[in-house]
Every structure is written in structure tokens, then in C-alpha cells.
Ligand binder design. Structure first.
Ligand code: C2E
Ligand code: MG
Ligand code: MG
Length: 585
């Protein structure tokens, strides 16, 4: 029954004026009649009438009192009916509204004194109803937004998790499986650090669109954390289908992507980790963890690969996490060291320089190379401290060799992306040179092609500053990154280092030969010197020499060795390097 139906009927108070008139008439009559009696008794002052008069007065007094009490009661009843009932009804209606109950409009007689108030209360009811509708709509929107990733517009992990619950239940009932693919963009962090976050965001949303376009309607894609995307394939009927989906996703990422922010086209690759439900994980978290471990495996194997989860991958991850923890102690415990590898002029047979290469002498795991820990150092924010240590250690060794009358040539130091873009780098370098009594001509800095070929992220500005000090610039790993050759023309590095991966194919692989020849020709035309890295055989050395590339570095000429061994070699063999004078491994 509606709230209003239980309210007293206000139409009853329309009878109140006639009742009032009746009351007044009764009161008037009640007072007038005894008064007339009183007057008559006073006039008839006959003997013996005194007692009668006395009785009459008492009777009249009683009657008047009764009438007055009755009149007061009647008045109170009328007041209650006139004011209290409507107020009670309005109050109860308001309480209902405030309690959030859906109430119908108040039916109120138009001429009533409380009609304006009733209209206000009704207006309030309507307003509250509108607000409630809006609130429900915003609630629905918020819920939807909390399930979508703001940057890419793709569903987020929470939504994927919800959907996984339904799909897993169906798969259990039908005895089918599910595949969860975790996709990670290779080197995204380097890209983000160098090109800047705006370009990074643009890249992520572009990749998100591309990946979404290449999954089937039945598949489900979401953006996970950072540069990771997740794809759920319901009921794949065999590993082949999962593998071909993974391949398709990898190829989609590899298509060049044009970025408005960075102003050029970038080519990226991705790695994929696959976990199967229910064998690799019973719930979403377990399955996602297995996929992440498989992704980790793909990344450690190289780029552009996919891997299926296998038991035992947890152990590898545990090692990596422990490494990151131990890295922060490594600096304190002085566990880093530099190894030096000569750069030779293979035509003249002499050392023209050397490269400082970082090593970590791990207390349990032995000597580690940068691939084992640089990414971990970057992730736990230790790269700047390590960079500072490398610069100081390299300058100390160089100053010592020069002071001892040795001729190590120009010493090359590898810069991290963070260091390369740091505005403070030129001051740091100037201080280091001054402190160790070295000249800028004795040092050269190497930055990778990835780091160099950035138009934003502060690299060119920082680079111009320290080059003004007179330090030479080498582009490392040339031929492996995404190239913008116009940058070469603008920044004019002193040297390019052709990457080991290209040199490896010389002279047997025709494509590598063609690429190496093209690079040599381009560098020659631009007046840039070329160093070939990773020269391991006499055939490679000779092929390069025949094409005018005399500057070489690689195991054929000398492996990287600790500072004392390098010094001993400098003392023993001086500046001459011959085929037989290779450094000990
Ligand atoms: P990179 O600067 O290109 O260094 C050359 C790498 O090739 C070195 O690996 C070196 O040991 C290796 N190498 C030299 N000759 C040969 C050869 O004949 N065959 C093969 N297969 N490899 C050869 P390493 O020392 O493991 O360093 C790897 C990368 O780590 C370096 O590549 C450099 O990018 C980075 N790195 C090394 N030291 C530092 C450092 O002090 N700071 C920073 N930021 N990065 C460093
Ligand atoms: Mg290098
Ligand atoms: Mg290199």
C-alpha cells in the first residue's frame, strides 16, 4: 500500500469551518442561557429564594465549566486535524524520500494552506529522482572506465580476470583448454627513456590497436602493466593454433609504426609467453604468472620469439630477482671491475685504442657480463651509480697507464641511455678529466645506435654539450637499431662500430657482405671512420681489410681482459699487434 494511503485524509479538514461555527453557537448558547437565568433570579428577590439562587448559581457554574472544557477539547481536536495531520503526512513523505524509497507524487488539494509546501516537497522528490538516475548512469560509466585501460582503450587486466572466470568455467565443463598469451614489447623501456613518455604512450596505443585488430572475435585482448598485453584464446584446438596466433601477434608488432611525437617511423619487436589452462595454472593469477615466466624466457633467448611455459622457469626468475637484490650491494662491496679489449689498426698492426667493458665478479656465480645484470641494474635504478663508477675506474686506469709511459690509445667508454641524456654529463666528464689529469682526446664515448638515433629525450642536447669538450663520439652496434640516417648527417659521429652480428656472417653470408659494404661506403662518403666489432677469424679480418676497414676489434685481435692483464700486455707487446700477439682469453 502506498505511503500516502496510510495518511489521514486532509479533505476532512474542509469540514472544519462548519464545526467551528457549531462550536461557537453552542458556546454562545451555553453562556447566554445561564446568564439569563442568573438575571431572572436576581430580579426575583423573594424571601426563601436565596437558597434557590445559591443552588442555581452552583448549577450554572458547573455547566459553564463543563462547556468550557468541552470547547477547549473541541478546539484542540480541530487544531490537530487542521495542522498536525498534514504536517505528519509531509514529514513522513520526506522521511520516505530521504530514505531513498521510490514514492509517487503527493496528491494534495490545490486550495489547501499546505499546498505550496506540498508542491515544494514534490519538487524535491522529482529532483532526487533525477539525481538518482544520473548517479546510476555515472556509476555505470565509472564501472566501465575501471574496466578499460585509459591509454589504449582496451579492456584492462581486471576485466580480463573477470572474463577468464566465465571462460574457465565453460572450459572445465566442456573439457577444453584456454591459452593465455602475454606479449611484451622488446626494448620498450629504452625507447621510452630516450624518445620520451609522450612518444612511448603513442607507441603503446598504436600497438594496442594493431594487436586488437589481429585477434579473432572470440579471442580477448587486454592491456596489462606497462608495455605488456594479454590475449586469451578460448578452447584452442591444439598447440599449432596457439603458435600461429603468437606468430601473428609478433609479426603485427614488427610492422613499422609512424609516430607523430617522435616524428619518425619506428620498428619494434615483441616477445610472447604462453601458458595453458588448466595445466599451467588453475586460476587467473597462476596462469598469468606462468605466461610472464614464459615471456621472460623469450626475452632472455633473444627478441621476436614466443615460448610456452615449462616447469622450472620459476627458478630462472628467482635467480634474476636475487641478482637485482644483490646488485645494490655490489657497488658497496666493490664487486665491479673493468675489462679492456684492444681496438687495432689491422693494416698497421698496432693498437689504436681500447674499450672498457664492465664485469661483475659475483661472489657465488663468478664473472658476469653486462647481459646478465645491466637490465636488472636499470630496473632497480642503479645504472647512474654504476655509470659513475665506470667513468671513474676507466679514468683511473688510463691515467695510471699513461703515467707509466704506456700507450693504450684512445679509451672508449660505453654510455647508458640515462647517462647519454643527462644534462650533467658534460660537467661530470670535465671533472673526471681534470681529476685524473687527462685530455679529452684520450677518451671517446660510445652510445648505441638506439640511443643515438633519438630526436627527443634530451640525447642530442646532452651530446652536443659534451662533444664541445672535444670528446669523440662512436655509434655502437651500428646496423642493429631502428635507423634514421639523417641523424648521422646532423650529428656527425667520429666513428661507427659495425655490430658483431653483421661481422659474424662475413664473408660467407652474401646479405651481410652487402650490408657491410653499404655501411662502409656510406661512412666513407660522410667522412666517418668505421670500426668492425666481433672479428673472430682471419677471413673476417682480411675481408674487412680488403674493403678499407682496418680498425677492428674482436677475439681474433684480443679478448677483453682485466686491467692488470691488459697492462701486462701493453708492457710486453707495446703498441704492436700481430696475428700471433692476440691477448690471452
Ligand atoms: P659493446 O659495447 O658492443 O661491446 C662489445 C661486446 O662484444 C662486448 O661484450 C665484447 O666482449 C663482445 N666481443 C668483443 N669481441 C667479440 C668477438 O670477437 N666475438 C663476440 N661474439 N663478441 C665479442 P660484453 O662485454 O658482454 O658487453 C656487452 C655490451 O654491454 C656492450 O656491447 C655494451 O653495450 C654494454 N656494456 C659493456 N660495458 C658497459 C659499461 O661499462 N657501461 C654500459 N652502459 N654498458 C656497457
Ligand atoms: Mg661498446
Ligand atoms: Mg657493440
Amino acid at each position: 500500500m502506498a505511503e500516502t494511503d496510510r495518511m489521514p485524509d486532509p479533505s476532512a479538514r474542509s469540514r472544519a469551518p462548519s464545526l467551528r461555527s457549531a462550536l461557537l453557537l453552542a458556546l454562545g448558547a451555553g453562556l447566554l442561557l445561564p446568564a439569563l437565568g442568573w438575571l431572572a433570579a436576581e430580579l426575583a428577590l423573594a424571601p426563601g429564594a436565596a437558597e434557590a439562587l445559591q443552588r442555581h448559581r452552583a448549577a450554572v457554574l458547573l455547566m459553564v465549566t463543563v462547556q468550557a472544557v468541552a470547547a477547549a477539547g473541541l478546539c484542540l481536536w480541530l487544531l490537530d486535524r487542521r495542522f498536525d495531520w498534514p504536517l505528519q503526512r509531509l514529514l513522513s513523505h520526506l522521511q520516505g524520500l530521504l530514505g531513498g524509497r521510490p514514492l509517487p507524487a503527493l496528491q494534495w488539494p490545490a486550495g489547501d494552506d499546505f499546498a505550496p509546501l506540498a508542491r515544494q516537497v514534490d519538487g524535491l522528490r522529482e529532483h532526487l529522482a533525477t539525481l538518482q538516475t544520473q548517479l546510476r548512469a555515472s556509476d555505470a560509466q565509472l564501472h566501465k572506465a575501471s574496466m578499460l585501460d585509459a591509454l589504449t582503450g582496451l579492456p584492462n587486466r581486471a576485466l580480463m580476470q573477470e572474463l577468464f572466470g566465465h571462460e574457465a568455467a565453460q572450459a572445465r565443463r566442456g573439457g577444453r583448454s584456454l591459452a593465455l598469451l602475454q606479449i611484451g614489447l622488446d626494448r620498450f623501456r629504452t625507447f621510452n627513456d630516450t624518445l620520451g613518455h609522450a612518444a612511448g604512450d603513442e607507441l603503446l596505443s598504436g600497438m594496442g590497436r594493431r594487436l586488437a585488430a589481429c585477434v579473432r572475435d572470440a579471442d580477448f585482448i587486454c592491456r596489462g602493466a606497462g608495455d605488456e598485453f594479454l590475449v586469451l584464446l578460448p578452447g584452442p584446438d591444439g598447440w599449432d593454433r596457439v603458435a600461429s596466433a603468437a606468430e601473428r601477434l609478433l609479426r603485427a608488432v614488427e610492422e613499422p609504426l609512424e609516430l607523430a611525437h617522435a616524428g619518425h617511423v619506428v620498428s619494434l619487436s615483441a616477445s610472447v609467453g604462453v601458458a595453458m589452462y588448466p595445466s599451467d595454472g588453475q586460476d587467473f593469477e597462476g596462469l598469468a604468472r606462468a605466461a610472464a615466466l614464459a615471456l621472460d624466457r623469450s626475452k632472455s633467448l633473444g627478441r621476436g620469439l614466443y615460448s610456452f611455459y615449462q616447469p622450472g622457469m620459476d627458478q630462472a626468475l628467482r635467480v634474476r630477482i636475487a641478482t637485482e637484490r644483490e646488485l645494490s650491494l655490489a657497488l658497496e662491496r666493490d664487486e665491479f671491475e673493468l675489462h679492456y679489449q684492444p681496438v687495432v689498426d689491422a693494416a698497421a698492426g698496432r693498437v689504436v685504442g681500447c674499450e672498457a667493458l664492465l664485469r661483475w665478479r659475483h661472489p657465488r656465480r663468478g664473472l658476469l657480463v653486462p647481459a646478465d645484470f645491466i637490465e636488472g641494474a636499470r630496473q632497480c635504478g642503479l645504472m647512474c651509480d654504476i655509470d659513475a663508477w665506470v667513468l671513474n675506474a676507466a679514468c683511473t686506469d688510463l691515467a695510471h697507464w699513461v703515467g707509466a709511459g704506456l700507450q693504450p690509445g684512445r679509451l672508449a667508454i660505453n654510455l647508458s641511455v640515462q647517462q647519454a641524456r643527462s644534462p650533467a654529463l658534460s660537467d661530470t666528464l670535465r671533472d673526471a678529466l681534470q681529476r685524473h689529469g687527462l685530455s679529452p682526446a684520450q677518451l671517446e664515448l660510445e652510445i648505441t645506435e638506439d640511443t643515438f638515433l633519438q630526436e627527443s629525450g634530451g640525447v642530442p642536447r646532452a651530446l652536443a654539450r659534451w662533444r664541445a669538450l672535444g670528446l669523440a663520439l662512436t655509434i655502437d652496434d651500428f646496423g642493429t637499431g631502428y635507423s634514421s640516417l639523417s641523424q648521422l648527417k646532423t650529428l656527425r659521429p667520429e666513428r661507427l662500430k659495425i655490430d658483431c652480428s653483421l661481422v659474424r656472417g662475413l664473408p660467407a653470408v652474401a646479405e651481410d657482405c652487402a650490408l657491410a659494404e653499404a655501411m662502409l661506403a656510406m661512412a666513407r662518403a660522410l667522412g666517418i671512420e668505421v670500426v668492425a666489432e666481433g672479428v673472430e677469424t682471419a677471413a673476417q679480418r682480411d675481408w674487412l681489410l680488403q674493403r678499407g676497414c682496418a680498425r677492428q676489434q674482436g677475439h681474433w685481435h684480443g679478448t677483453p681482459v682485466p686491467a692488470p692483464a691488459f697492462e701486462a700486455w701493453l708492457v710486453r707487446d707495446g703498441v704492436a699487434v700481430t696475428e700471433t700477439a692476440a691477448l690471452p682469453a
